[in-house]
Design a protein around this ligand. Structure first.
Ligand SMILES: [Zn+2]
Length: 184
């Protein structure tokens, strides 16, 4: 069976996804391995089954860790996390882009000793990045939509909720949206 089909949604011990974007998923093989190692509980299952010589079980569609994993206090300073902090929006034109179409912009350019840090790097589309070029903002007619900050893990997790997964199994719904307002 294909590894990428029937993935399991991985929840923390408090039943929230470990991460929303990218969504915390694992292959059904890893899910079953974790069940046997007693690291996770199976919360929901697919209809599909796998068979071993002695037993049959349904593929887990939602699993929850038995031990709570604390969010790392400091999110890693990575390309992905900068884009996630900025909600995949160019911080100059405020348009949404895919990760492939976004670039890093150093607000204070590197050649002027601008550092590669949370507070000096923003997501920028190629066009804005080119038009700013190697200039300081005050020599351009561009403005930043907001000053960049060092995000907390919680902020990144919350931003991730703005990106619904491409594929959504019906058994995942309750765990992805349980903290949004319930409809009558
Ligand atoms: Zn732009």
């Amino acid at each position: 069976m294909d590894k990428s089909i029937n993935p399991s949604l991985v929840l923390n011990a408090d039943f929230r996804p470990l991460s929303y974007y990218p969504l915390s998923l694992c292959s059904w093989q890893d899910a079953i391995k974790s069940v046997f190692l007693d690291r996770v509980s199976v919360i929901e299952s697919y209809e599909e089954e796998v068979h071993s010589p002695s037993t049959t079980f349904k593929l887990p569609s939602v699993i929850a860790l038995k031990d709570y994993v604390k969010c790392l206090r400091k999110p890693a300073f990575t390309r992905f996390n900068v884009f996630l902090r900025d909600n995949f929006c160019c911080q100059y034109c405020n348009q949404k882009f895919s990760a492939n179409d976004l670039t890093f912009d150093h607000i204070t350019p590197k050649y002027l000793n601008g550092k590669t840090t949370w507070t000096n790097v923003v997501s920028a589309c190629t066009l804005c990045n080119l038009s700013k070029g190697r200039r300081l903002l005050r020599y351009t007619d561009m403005i930043l939509i907001k000053s960049p900050v060092k995000p907390t893990s919680m902020q990144l997790l919350n931003n991730g909720k703005n990106f619904p997964p491409n594929y959504l199994h019906k058994s995942w719904r309750d765990y992805l949206y349980w903290d949004t307002e319930l409809e009558n």
